[in-house]
Write a new protein. Structure first.
Lengths: 306, 297
């Protein structure tokens, strides 16, 4: 997999064993942090889902009570549905736009480099700042639409369920398209120019070249980007929390928000942990599925960039 | 220029010199071009609106065209934000960000070095690598409830350290991935000659790999600083006193308090973003190319 120790300069097995030991120590500090605040909490979330805890007092084992409460609550299918809807819509918006922008930015013209610097700015703002900005910008009475006196733009964007969901998808795309177009830009630059030249010799048209060279060559980039979009969309907590707080009603109450509200506002840590675990499973399942799509080995080296 | 996606495939490159320098550039099309310029408008208009509005007086804001620059620009909004303890929140954010980014990049670099140099024969190192890669697939926010419990039990609730420790852990998977991708490109002969000279792994790590990986180190440092500076969930659940707030949380409560005063709220948005914008201006080239290399391979 990694060519480091191949070839004639290979040290003896014993020397290598000693080297590996000292190398192994180098991973320990990172491992301690990651186990302490990543792996143990992950196990903890499983354990806590079988308990009753109000966040302050003692923790009591209570079997499947929390799971029963969560799985029979009609709020769960709704939260799952909203989560998937936002995930699917933000993928549908972000992927074609990012590919187009990535292809566009991959050009060598200087002004495009300037554009990519500007595009990146939304990514610098915190989700809280973006949510606060759009809340003010979309205000039906004092926002941009009302100020410009354009009726179409001065709707009650965050007050109607369908519109609020659309706004969330738009704001998410506004924030993250720059990042994904950057990934596609890198992917396009790595396509060998000789492939295009060969296709031109065969008389391939531009449409043909895009669909038979550019898109297939971007397959692994697309899988990386899709994984980040899908798994990332499970964690849009802060943006939705500040922008709509899950509303109106529960129209934008995604799983992550549901977890927070049950756990830290209703003080039901047990059911909140059960929801957290569902989040973890959905995330893992999506990643594994996309890895499978990428075709095992090839995707593995993709993940490692080898 | 030409087209790729849609019409007029007859005007293909047969008219063009075949050895043009940049194939992808030649491959752009009006659809992508239109998207590019449209996107610029979508990005720039809200940002322009934030900046000009933050210099307007409140009455000015309600009275005039929202996209026109202020007729009587004022710094009163900024003064008001700064007087609302923003200096304190700024210092808190700075402590949390610096306190988390330096250890996170340090331990990730050591791990990435070991993964590149040792995973051909070390099963332990390979498992560590798989563990970190798995961390990329798991939404780590889902672990906040146990983290809250751990922080309480460590008696760290409502301290800055409470936010620093999980932030380090959350930063590790991606940092290790990007750094190890980069270290892998260091020519093997350099490591070999260091070994011939009797250098230890520790010495090779800091004297050879670290200086050679500076672009990747800059990339992950800025990226992590950005993520941690903007984090909202950890301060929300791990602190309660106003004097432990970091900027995003302060921004949120400021907005709750002064939501009528849109110019002041937007001035607070500008002020919280300025430090990270400065960092971006300084390191943008390495950040963009580093992220591109880290994800597009």
């Amino acid at each position: 997999m990694i060519p480091t120790s191949a070839g004639p300069g290979q040290p003896s097995a014993r020397a290598r064993g000693g080297r590996n030991l000292s190398l192994a120590w180098l991973t320990v500090p990172a491992l301690v942090f990651f186990v302490g605040f990543g792996v143990i909490p992950l196990v903890g979330v499983l354990a806590l889902s079988f308990t009753t805890w109000d966040g302050i007092g003692d923790i009591h084992f209570s079997g499947f009570t929390s799971w029963h409460a969560v799985l029979t609550d009609p709020g769960l299918p709704h939260a799952l549905w909203v989560t998937f809807l936002i995930m699917a819509l933000s993928w549908l918006v972000q992927t074609p736009a990012s590919i187009l922008l990535g292809v566009f930015l991959a050009g060598a013209q200087r002004y495009r480099a300037v554009l990519s610097v500007l595009y990146f700015i939304p990514l610098l703002l915190s989700s809280a700042a973006i949510a606060i900005t759009y809340k003010a910008l979309l205000d039906p009475n004092f926002g941009l639409g009302a100020g410009l006196k354009i009726a179409l733009l001065s709707q009650d964007w965050l007050g109607r369920p369908g519109l609020a969901l659309g706004v969330v998808v738009f704001v998410v795309s506004w924030q993250f398209i720059p990042f994904h177009s950057l990934i596609y830009q890198g992917g396009v630059r790595q396509i060998p120019k000789s492939m295009y030249e060969a296709a031109e010799l065969d008389g391939a048209g531009r449409v043909r070249k895009f669909f038979s060279i550019t898109l297939p060559q971007l397959k692994y980039t697309m899988i990386t980007s899709t994984t980040l979009v899908l798994v990332g969309s499970l964690t849009f907590f802060d943006l939705i929390f500040v922008l709509t707080a899950g509303g109106p009603g529960d129209a934008t109450r995604v799983l992550a928000l549901d977890m927070y509200k049950r756990g830290f506002q209703a003080n039901l840590m047990g059911p909140a942990s059960a929801i957290a675990l569902i989040l973890v499973f959905v995330g893992l399942a999506l990643s594994l599925l996309l890895r499978r799509l990428g075709g095992g080995k090839a995707d593995h080296s993709q993940m490692e960039g080898a | 220029m030409g087209t790729t996606l849609t019409t007029r495939p007859e005007r293909t490159s047969t008219h063009r010199p075949r050895h043009e320098r940049d194939a992808p550039a030649r491959h752009w099309n009006w659809l992508a071009g239109a998207t590019g310029w449209l996107w610029l408008v979508v990005v720039v208009v809200p940002i322009y609106w934030i900046v000009i509005t933050s210099f307007k007086t409140q009455s000015n804001y309600y009275a005039m065209n929202p996209l026109a620059p202020p007729t009587e620009p004022t710094l009163a909004n900024y003064r008001m934000v700064i007087e609302s303890d923003f200096v304190l929140y700024f210092v808190n954010s700075l402590i949390v960000t610096v306190g988390a980014v330096i250890p996170a990049v340090g331990v990730s670099f050591m791990a990435a070095y070991a993964i590149v140099r040792g995973s051909s024969s070390g099963r332990f190192i390979r498992s560590v690598n798989s563990l970190f890669l798995m961390g990329l697939a798991i939404p780590l926010q889902a672990t906040v409830i146990p983290i809250y419990l751990i922080i309480i039990r460590l008696h760290l609730y409502d301290t800055l350290l409470a936010m620093i420790l999980p932030s380090i852990a959350f930063a590790i998977p991606l940092s290790v991935l990007v750094l190890s991708n980069f270290i892998r490109d260091v020519p093997r002969e350099l490591f070999e000659s260091m070994r011939m000279d009797g250098a230890t792994e520790w010495g090779t790590l800091w004297r050879l790999a670290f200086p050679l990986s500076r672009p990747a180190v800059v990339t992950v440092t800025i990226y992590n600083a950005l993520t941690i500076w903007n984090n909202f969930l950890l301060p929300l659940i791990l602190t309660q006193s106003p004097d432990k707030r970091t900027l995003p949380l302060a921004l949120w409560s400021f907005q709750g308090q002064y939501s009528i005063n849109v110019p002041a709220v937007l001035a607070s948005v500008v002020l919280t973003t300025l430090p990270i914008l400065t960092l971006y201006v300084v390191g943008r080239r390495q950040l963009l190319s580093g992220l591109m290399a880290g994800f597009s391979k």
